[in-house]
Write a protein that binds this ligand. Sequence first.
Ligand code: 3PZ
Ligand code: ZN
Length: 327
Amino acid sequence: MASTLIVPAHIKYIQNLGANKDDLAYHTTAHLRMNAVYWGLTALCIMGAKDALDKGEMIEYVMSCWDDEAGAFGAHPGHDAHILSTLSAIQILVMQDALDRADVDRLVQFILSLQQPSGVFAGDSFGEIDTRFSYIAVNALSLLGQLDKLDADRKERLVEYIRRCKNFDGGFGGVIDAESHAAQVFVCTAALAILDRLDVVDEPMLAWWLAERQLPNGGLNGRPEKLEDVCYSFWVLSALSIVEKLEWIDADQLTSFILSAQDPDAGGIADRPGDMADVFHTLFGVAGLSLLGYPGLIDLDPVYCMPAELIEKMGLRKRWSALPRKA
Ligand code: 3PZ
Ligand code: ZN
């Protein structure tokens, strides 16, 4: 079992993901491709290896996913636009310093068109709702420098909807009356941070609920009675970071748990030890390690899940804390 982060293996793993275009897996995951590119690129950035993928090719791929009818990005060329692939595309363009390629006005129109009368955002024109999409909307508007297009009335309706997703335990659910779930806690807390409305969060109660997610094996679960999973390292740690209570979990134990989910041969990180690695858990594993102060990694902004230096430079930094990076 690996006791350190095997950076070269993970870089190679991410480079290989796009290489086998004849693989069945490449085609069955086309609906996730734009997100996968963001997950891979961000993981590389955190490991200080941003240039391991070709920048020009990546930008052309993103632009080939533009859905001109909708005015936003799909997950793969020819796919319908969705807010999730649109945020990933914007994040990639920002990280590759190519946001000038985006049609900002049409993107803003697309995003605003998804807000429902209740204040919440849908993911696409078919109208599935979930607080995830509200976070995605404010994150995307903010990265585009257009958060002011969410006028006072829209903003108030959104904040009220998020407030109504808050539960007695301090956590948040994905819709009103849904049970608290760590991923929903992250999206609601991060959305409120971007909107400068952290007053809505019951911070001590939420930090307590988040700290209780750590299990005896060091891993974190997403809600009571569930199994640990590497991706919750990020959902839970980022929310704890925003409420400045990262010290409430045992960092050494969680670090060991994440490291034990690595595939030391093929590279990549799985949801838990022994399972198959994927790019999603590879990103959220290294993102968690970055917030835990793991040596040699780049600082991550937990609100945007992008390199902290970049978010700072764009003037978008919100309140959060990280553990001191170890030598
Ligand atoms: C995974 N999606 O709906 S998904 C995702 N999950 O697109 C991507 N932890 O087959 C990968 N579980 C792997 N590569 C899993 C993204 C989910 C999250 C599922 C998962 C993660 C445990 C069961 C939802 C941002 C975007 C999307 C999500 C969360 C955050 C799957 C199952 C679902 C999905 C994709 C593959 C196992 C990778
Ligand atoms: Zn997971």
